[in-house]
Design a protein. Structure first.
Length: 382
């Protein structure tokens, strides 16, 4: 596009005088660095500053400058809603929300034009959408991975603490019957009296009881293996479970050092269940034993039995709501601060849960700290 086309005349001409200073070289020649840049700068200055003095040249057409400005923006893939150019010394009052940029004819002179464009923030965000979305996804994935790592580490730490506590409590539980049996046998050897058969029989009964108890502890520990539970077969038969509950209740009261009262509410004819009597008895024994353990010096237990369910209710210390979801986990034991309320190795309720699952029974626990606990087993369809 020629100057004549821009300013509406084909007769316009421009005389340009360019003075440049050369730099002498070692070979007696001169070099002219940045000659092209200086030529363009001199031409631009001459064009802009000669226009006001030349009466034959029309004023600058800012509509053409605006269109050229917008075209250059579009070439740079920028599409503002508003874009125009004004003289740098024009007094534009309202430029709210507009970005500005100055155009210099020469680096030594003040700006000659000022370009105005509407905010490109949304456009820049749109152009960066891919990067922003990718970065956000990476941050989310990193956060999830960090959370999973911390959760896994915390779980491993909990498992490690449970394992150590199980080892400690199991050792204590196993040492007790061994120590009693050892003491009885030692007494028989040290103070052997062939004529005192009653004393010998008493010591032998103590040894047999303790060894039987020890055998039961070992059997319970071995039975906690999930592989064994998966392959375990129940000897199910139709049995009246009321006598089983009465027998176990009597045993619990006899062996406990506390004052224990057990009330059994059941139909007079009893309840016939299709179950394994041995494992059913172990379930009742574990529930009653826990009711006694987690109580004060006296405990009142109510066993309610019907054809649909059985519930064991006590007036013991209760369970915190935060502990209830975990009481059926292997090795888990309810604690109070840094100490456990009663001895054991955290397998009783786990055993109850596994056997109930094999029989397709459902277990529900309701408890309030300081007010006791109710454990209900739903038999479902008979």
């Amino acid at each position: 596009m020629s100057l004549g086309e821009v300013y509406g005349t084909d007769k316009s001409h421009l005389n340009l005088v360019l003075s440049v200073n050369g730099e002498p070289q070692d070979d007696n020649h001169y070099s002219f660095p940045h000659l092209t840049h200086k030529f363009v700068e001199a031409l631009t200055q001459s064009v802009h500053f000669s226009i006001p003095a030349d009466k034959h040249i029309k004023a600058v057409n800012y509509h053409i400058l605006d269109s050229l400005f917008v075209e250059e923006l579009h070439r740079s893939e920028l599409y503002p809603e508003i874009a125009f150019i004004c003289p740098a010394d024009s007094n534009i009052t309202d430029t709210t929300g507009l970005w500005t940029t100055d155009f210099y004819v020469s680096s030594n002179e003040p700006p000659y034009y000022t370009g105005y464009v509407s905010s490109l923030g949304s456009h820049v965000l749109k152009q960066m959408a891919g990067i922003v979305i990718t970065s956000t996804l990476i941050l989310l994935m990193t956060g999830v991975l960090i959370w999973y790592l911390l959760h896994t580490v915390g779980k491993l730490r909990t498992i490690e603490e449970m394992k150590d506590d199980f080892t400690h409590n199991m050792t204590h539980e196993l040492k007790t019957p061994v120590a009693v049996a050892f003491s009885a046998a030692d007494s028989m050897l040290r103070y052997y009296d062939q004529s005192d058969t009653e004393r010998d029989k008493a010591f032998l009964r103590i040894i047999m009881q303790r060894l039987t108890h020890l055998s039961g502890l070992i059997e319970n520990i071995l039975s906690m293996s999930m592989e064994r539970f998966k392959g375990m077969k129940l000897n199910r038969e139709r049995v009246n479970v009321l006598p089983i509950i009465e027998e176990i209740s009597g045993m619990i009261k006899l062996k406990s050092e506390k004052s224990v009262a057990v009330i059994i509410n059941s139909p007079d004819e009893g309840v016939i269940l299709d179950t394994d009597p041995l494992h059913f008895g172990n379930i009742i024994s574990n529930l009653l034993d826990n009711a006694v353990k987690y109580s004060g010096e006296t405990v009142n237990i109510t066993v309610t039995l019907n054809h649909d369910r059985i519930s064991v209710q006590d007036d013991g210390i209760g369970i915190k709501s935060s502990d209830i979801p975990y009481i059926f986990d292997k090795f888990y034991r309810v604690s109070n601060g840094d100490r456990y309320e009663a001895s054991g190795y955290g397998l009783g309720l786990y055993y109850v849960k596994q056997v109930a699952s094999l029989m397709n029974w459902q277990i529900d626990v309701k408890s309030k700290l300081g007010s006791g606990t109710i454990i209900t087993i739903e038999f479902g369809k008979r």
